[in-house]
Design a protein around this ligand. Structure first.
Ligand code: KG4
Ligand code: ZN
Length: 357
């Protein structure tokens, strides 16, 4: 079965073709440089860019896949991210998917973006069920009990900021451009962590939720007290002059990332008390972080279960993961009709599919 995946929930426009054996073709265009000028994603600009890019990207995808003279006759399902995300951005992808579905008579499947992130881990590894899923991105921090590719239960989530947001804000306050998570990682690798410098917020309780706003405040306070630790302003892109970062900032970055990583692993370890997972999945943009990876490697070794992390290019937003999640839904017989709605951040994705026999 060949599935076309479409992703436009935030600032990446992406399309991919995935079949039973894996990725057939994939294209992606990031708007990060545009939003960097404003220090964060500007929703109106994001949707305009998606609308401008999605058609040409489809042409490139089909050229890359080389499906012959009648490519649409080879595609079995069209899977699209329906949420959570920025409403205007989601609507571009959903409307585009509906138009293709209608024009070519191909069944439509609406995908939960967060399920996509987690299932990306199954592209190159066999997931052993049940799995504990840790989804850490710019907008979300969720713990999942995953019983199968189509049965996932949220065990806990952030009550305020996401892990990625906490990284991006600290980076921004330190003078680094948006999104600063990866740059902070690069600086932290040159620093020495002090595990007492920043708190492990919201861990002195017995629930599985997260709260990163206190860590953000602690980071802001520390940076305001240490102006000499800020990254120097300059004309050339920050990523080309990271060696100019003060050692104090590198050390603080290492400490801050350790606080983020340990906060995540404390709650993940706690989740393992409520059920015994056979594998541990860590996915989403922040899964690219070296300290987070190290922390979860330790946890998986301690519990003697495999740690599955999608490869770097599949950690951030992409359409391969959406096509893969759609492929799983198709295997379970799930389809949507043209009334498929986009679901903004904060709202539950409804289980409104139909089951085809
Ligand atoms: O999953 P993703 O691409 O988009 C969302 O759905 O949010 O995640 C983006 C987030 C951003 O906050 C970005 O700074 C963060 O992932 N990120 C990192 C690293 N690479 C990306 N954070 C820390 N360390 C990294 N290496
Ligand atoms: Zn994402």
């Amino acid at each position: 079965m060949l599935v076309l995946g479409i992703e436009s929930s935030c600032d990446e426009t992406a399309l991919a073709l995935v079949d039973d054996s894996g990725v057939k073709a994939s294209v992606i265009s990031s708007q990060a440089d545009i939003h960097a000028l404003f220090g964060g994603v500007v929703p109106e600009l994001a949707s305009r860019e998606h609308a401008r890019l999605i058609g040409p990207l489809l042409d490139s995808l089909l050229a890359q896949a080389d499906l012959g003279p009648e490519p649409w006759s080879k595609i079995d399902r069209i899977a699209v991210t329906r949420g959570p995300g920025l409403m205007g951005s989601l609507l571009v992808g959903v409307a585009f998917a509906k138009a293709l579905s209608l024009a070519h008579g191909i069944p439509l499947i609406g995908v939960d973006h967060l399920h996509g992130h987690l299932l990306a881990a199954g592209l190159e590894n066999d997931i052993q069920w049940p799995a504990l899923g840790v989804l850490i991105s710019g907008g979300h921090t969720h713990l999942y009990r995953m019983d199968s590719p189509t049965q996932m239960t949220v065990l806990g989530k952030t009550i305020d900021d996401a892990a990625g947001e906490a990284c991006d804000k600290f980076a921004k306050m330190a003078g680094l451009p948006y999104p600063g998570g990866a740059l902070l990682d690069a600086l932290g690798q040159r620093g020495k962590a002090d595990s007492h410098l920043f708190p492990r917020p919201y861990t002195q309780n017995d629930n599985l939720d997260f709260s990163f706003s206190g860590l953000k405040t602690a980071g802001a306070l520390w940076l305001s007290q240490h102006p000499e630790a800020h990254f120097p302003a300059g004309e050339t892109p920050a990523r080309e002059r990271l060696e100019l970062a003060p050692q104090l900032l590198c050390d603080a970055a290492a400490s801050y990332l350790l606080a983020v990583a340990e906060t995540l692993s404390i709650k993940a370890r706690r989740a393992m008390r409520s059920f015994k997972p056979h594998s541990l999945i860590v996915a989403g943009g922040v899964a690219a972080n070296s300290v987070v990876r190290r922390e979860f490697t330790k946890l998986a070794e301690e519990k003697r279960i495999p740690l599955l992390v999608p490869r770097l290019s599949l950690c951030g937003d992409n359409a391969v993961m959406i096509a893969r999640a759609g492929w799983h839904m198709a295997q379970a017989g799930r389809v949507h009709d043209l009334s498929l709605s986009a679901i903004p951040r904060g709202q539950t994705i409804p289980e409104d599919w139909q089951v085809s026999t």
